[in-house]
Write a protein that binds this ligand. Sequence first.
Ligand code: PNS
Length: 161
Amino acid sequence: MTTIVYPGSFDPLTNGHLDIIERGAKLADRLVIGILKNSSKAPMFTLDERIAIMQASISHLSNVEIISFDGLLVDFMKSQHAKTVIRGLRAVSDFEYELQMAQANRDLYPDMETMFLATKVEYSFISSTIVKEILRYGGNIRHLVPKASIEVIESILGGKK
Ligand code: PNS
């Protein structure tokens, strides 16, 4: 059984992430979404909120699991019996950081492979950072995040007012 891990902070999940999840799910028997518990960037959404947003968005995918993790990605990969990680690439600007991370991970876990999926053009400008920036100023993000997650996001934000 092939297990692929798709790791990230998902703060919050975007349409670009969901596209990678849907395509990654076709490449693996089991796709594990690894949600980083404590990102060095202070998250806008708590871990439970990020999981709730993710759950609402992936209910149509039967071979996808959500598991949170802390510590090194390579240790999480080993705990999931996975040797392949996928990451989305939006633009050349993503590449430098992603290459460095792939090489650092491979240095720590030589059997590990990082597979890059090119983001669809229509999602290439979308990032969690952009979504948070728009949210902070009360703008519309409904076209940037999965439809199924909008109600969850609105109820979380409503509760924080
Ligand atoms: O999409 P993101 O939020 O930039 O995801 C980054 C993530 C979670 C993949 C990365 O920060 C990570 O793997 N963190 C765990 C610590 C680690 O193993 N870092 C890479 C080797 S130094």
